[in-house]
Design a protein around this ligand. Structure first.
Ligand code: NAD
Ligand code: UDP
Length: 320
């Protein structure tokens, strides 16, 4: 298959590119390098089935088909990043999604949307099944991301309904792993980078809010399986084991062996109080469930950050 994949230089996009190439497909990876990095794709540089195009996925792309799949992952993804650039976030998930659906339609390709557990907002139903409609503040600071992803699902369903564009939608729950940007701003990368620098680990609020953390390899496996079935409605992909943020902080503190302490900072506005996927549908439809427990995934992520921070320290030392 020939795949157009936006957000290819990002954390998830680069792992998905690796997997598609390993499975024998050809990938045209598009990214504007706003939060992604070319180093995430260094392993594919010599691969002739991989091509990189630097472009803004909010605009119509000048790429030559044919494509079998159009996969849209480009978007600022961490709350500090999407709040820093609200209009770009709205655009890539709304106008960008529509342009890419047009591209899929023109190529007779299937369309994949990287949606999010954020469509459930601060959920009143727990855990969250796909049938839950969500509880999102439409004008709060998170709305630029949450509402744009909700629109993305709506426009994708409309293209599917009106033009018969084959569709897959994954609602991705908090995913972590190697290649997250050290300054990404999400909780796992923040706490690991802080711990490795022996700086205080920032816990927002009282740390009693919950999240369910999925290792990136499990997500990629889920996406690949989703592409292989004929199912055109949203599917949750996440790890159903729920942790408080405080427990996560304590675990990272003990696993890194840092002497730094946990510090409490204000809880961001509209921060969801709890989140856990109901993955019954993915289990049944895809025969899929996460395989990597949090401690194991964190060990691999901590090692990757340790190596990256050591190599940037060597570069800085060499430059001075
Ligand atoms: P990331 O920031 O590492 O990757 C996003 C990539 O998109 C980056 O490479 C960035 O440069 C690129 N990008 C952003 N705007 C662009 C634009 N206008 N044009 C071209 N490229 C653009 O984040 P990630 O965690 O890998 O997220 C990938 C996708 O998965 C996003 O759509 C995100 O909303 C979704 N998602 C991620 C999570 C998670 O926990 N990681 C959870 C739910 C949904
Ligand atoms: N969080 C935290 N410390 C940080 C970054 C985030 O306590 O340094 C909290 C954040 O307030 C939220 C949870 O961790 O309750 C997950 O945040 P993240 O930004 O990773 O993802 P999201 O809120 O989108 O689930």
């Amino acid at each position: 298959m020939r795949v157009l994949l936006t957000g290819a230089a990002g954390f998830i996009g680069s792992h998905l590119s690796d997997r598609l190439i390993a499975d024998g497909h050809a990938v045209v990876g598009v990214d504007n390098l706003s939060s992604g990095r070319l180093t995430n794709l260094a392993q594919l540089r010599a691969e002739r089935r991989f091509e990189f195009v630097e472009a803004d996925a909010a605009e119509p792309l000048s790429v030559s088909g044919p494509f079998d799949w159009v996969m849209h992952l480009a978007s600022p993804a961490s709350p500090p990043r999407y709040m820093r650039d609200p209009i770009a976030t709205l655009r890539v998930n709304s106008e960008g999604t529509r342009h890419l659906l047009e591209l899929a339609r023109a190529n007779g390709a299937s369309f994949f949307l990287a949606s999010t557990s954020e469509v459930y907002g601060d959920p009143q139903e727990h855990p969250q099944p796909e049938s839950y409609w969500g509880n999102v503040n439409p004008i709060g600071p998170r709305s630029v991301y949450d509402e744009a992803k909700r629109y993305g699902e709506a426009v994708a369903m409309a293209y599917h309904g009106q033009y018969r564009v084959p569709l897959r939608i994954s609602r991705i729950f908090n995913t972590y792993g190697p290649r997250m940007h050290p300054e990404d701003g999400r909780v796992v990368s923040n706490l690991i980078v802080q711990a490795l620098h022996d700086q205080p680990l920032t816990v927002y609020g009282d740390g009693q809010q919950t999240r369910s953390f999925q290792f990136v390899d499990d997500l990629v496996e889920g996406i690949i399986r989703l592409m292989a079935v004929d199912y055109d409605r949203p599917v949750n992909l996440g790890n159903p084991v729920e942790w408080t943020v405080l427990e996560l902080g304590q675990l990272i503190k003990s696993m890194t062996g840092t002497g730094a302490s946990l510090v409490f900072e204000p809880l961001p506005v509209d921060d969801p109080r709890r989140r856990r996927p109901d993955i019954g549908l993915a289990r049944e439809l895809l025969g899929w469930e996460p395989q990597v427990p949090l401690e194991q995934g964190l060990r691999r992520t901590i090692e990757a950050f340790r190596a990256e921070l050591a190599s940037s320290a060597r570069v800085e030392a060499g430059a001075s």
